[in-house]
Design a protein around this ligand. Structure first.
Ligand SMILES: [Zn+2]
Length: 311
């Protein structure tokens, strides 16, 4: 059995996958979801995960473990930077600590990277000549999967579409991105970015879900805030794919789920802004939903060693 694990700031999911006769991982069994002991930090998380792995595995032999986690993952499987959601997560040697605890090879990648591996293998990017994935939620994460596999990058940050600089109106250009930079698409097109723009222009805070509901009722400001976010994202994707020239761009995450209009505006802006060749790339919604990171983690784990993954 190969175990996939998705570690987030609030919950951790653990699932067992069995390879089919062709060696492909299909269908998970015995999914366990537990609350992340975020305040206690890394060692407590490893203990909780190890217990869950033991339960999911039962009496089956364990071959390998793959982890998709919040935070940037360095080449040695340690967390190199992360938000404060999990205490002491940045700097924690996750791969080493978990491998010691479970006694089998462990691979660790960022959770958006893991989700992209699953979308490329079994979801919206299956069969494509290269895929760029973007996950628009609390932040904007991204990943590049080429026909020979995931690109993690030298520092584990490959595919960070959210930190591309785009030209913005002066007021938005001055807004600081969570990474510290200015003019980054994450600052203006993530969920909190859209909520902040709505607050600044209307004088009242609404959660994104309600901004979207207002847009559907015909509120012109709410409609413009959401569609502007889609346009900023579409332009960043056009810049990114000038470099990559992949066949499919997969858009996932909570913000992308607000509706069809959002995604069509991302796609329309992308096509208008992209150079002639890459403008033909298909812009499509993610297909695998919340289980994508879990499945991708198992796929990465099933590749057995970190060395099997290209940078
Ligand atoms: Zn940034």
């Amino acid at each position: 059995m190969i175990i996939g694990i998705d570690i987030g700031g609030t919950k951790i999911a653990v699932a067992g996958f069995a390879p089919d006769e062709r060696g492909r991982l299909t269908g998970s069994t015995a999914v366990r979801t537990i609350a992340t002991p975020a305040r206690e930090g890394g060692p407590a998380i490893v203990r909780a995960v190890t217990d869950a792995v033991r339960e999911v595995r039962g009496s089956d032999p364990l071959e390998a473990v793959g982890v998709g986690t919040a935070g940037v993952v360095g080449p040695d499987g340690a967390i190199t930077s992360a938000t404060d959601a999990i205490s002491g997560w940045a700097g924690f040697p996750l791969r080493e600590a978990l491998a010691d605890a479970v006694g089998v090879p462990v691979a660790v990648v960022n959770d958006v990277h893991a989700a992209a591996v699953a979308e490329a293998e079994q979801g919206a990017g299956a069969g494509a000549q290269g895929m760029l994935m973007v996950a628009v939620g609390t932040g904007i994460g991204g990943a590049v999967v080429l026909p020979d596999g995931l690109r993690r990058g030298v520092t584990g940050t490959a595919g960070s579409v959210g930190h591309m600089e785009i030209s913005l109106p002066p007021r938005l250009a001055e807004r600081r991105c969570p990474c510290g930079g200015f003019g980054h698409v994450e600052a203006v097109a993530s969920g909190p970015g859209l909520e902040r723009t709505y607050l600044e222009e209307s004088g009242g805070f609404l959660p994104l879900r309600e901004v979207h509901a207002a847009a559907l009722r015909g509120d012109a400001l709410a409609d413009r805030v959401i569609l502007d976010g889609a346009r900023y994202l579409g332009r960043a994707l056009a810049s990114a794919n000038a470099v990559l020239d992949v066949e499919v761009i997969v858009v996932g995450g909570g913000v992308a789920e607000v509706g069809e209009t959002y995604l069509s505006e991302v796609a329309r802006t992308y096509r208008a802004a992209a150079m002639p060749g890459p403008s033909r790339a298909r812009v499509v919604p993610a297909r695998l939903g919340v289980d994508a990171a879990l499945t991708g983690a198992a796929l990465v784990g099933g590749a057995r060693t970190d060395d099997a993954l290209p940078l």
